[in-house]
Design a protein around this ligand. Structure first.
Ligand SMILES: [Zn+2]
Length: 104
C-alpha cells in the first residue's frame, strides 16, 4: 500500500489540511480591468499557485462563467465582468468570505 504524504506538512494526504488552511489565509483580489477596446477582464489575483492549481481553477471558472480566459503571471484572467460569479464559486470551493476582496 502506498500512502501519499503531503510535502508541506508531512501528513498523509487524507489528513492534510494545508489546502484548507491556504484557503483561509489568502487574500484574494477579484477586480475588473478594462482592456483594449474597452473590453472588461475579470482578474483573480492573490491565489497561491503552490497551494491551488490555477489552471484547474481557471478551467472551472471559465466553464461557470461561460467565457474565455487565461492564467498569466499567477493571476486568472477572465473575459467579461464576472465578479459575482467568481465570488460565488470561490465560496463554494471553500474560500472564506473574509479572504475575498472585491474591487470595483
Ligand atoms: Zn499538508
Amino acid at each position: 500500500m502506498t500512502e501519499e504524504v503531503c510535502e508541506k506538512c508531512g501528513l498523509p494526504s487524507e489528513l492534510c489540511v494545508c489546502e484548507e488552511i491556504a484557503k483561509e489565509d489568502q487574500e484574494i483580489n477579484v477586480f475588473v480591468e478594462n482592456r483594449a477596446y474597452g473590453k472588461p477582464m475579470t482578474i483573480v489575483s492573490g491565489i497561491d499557485s503552490k497551494d491551488i492549481d490555477l489552471d484547474d481553477l481557471s478551467t472551472e471558472l471559465k466553464s461557470k462563467c461561460a467565457c474565455g480566459g487565461t492564467v498569466k503571471n499567477g493571476q486568472i484572467e477572465l473575459q467579461g465582468e464576472h465578479k459575482q460569479k467568481v465570488k460565488e464559486m470561490l465560496l463554494e470551493k471553500g474560500f472564506s468570505e473574509q479572504s475575498l476582496i472585491l474591487g470595483k
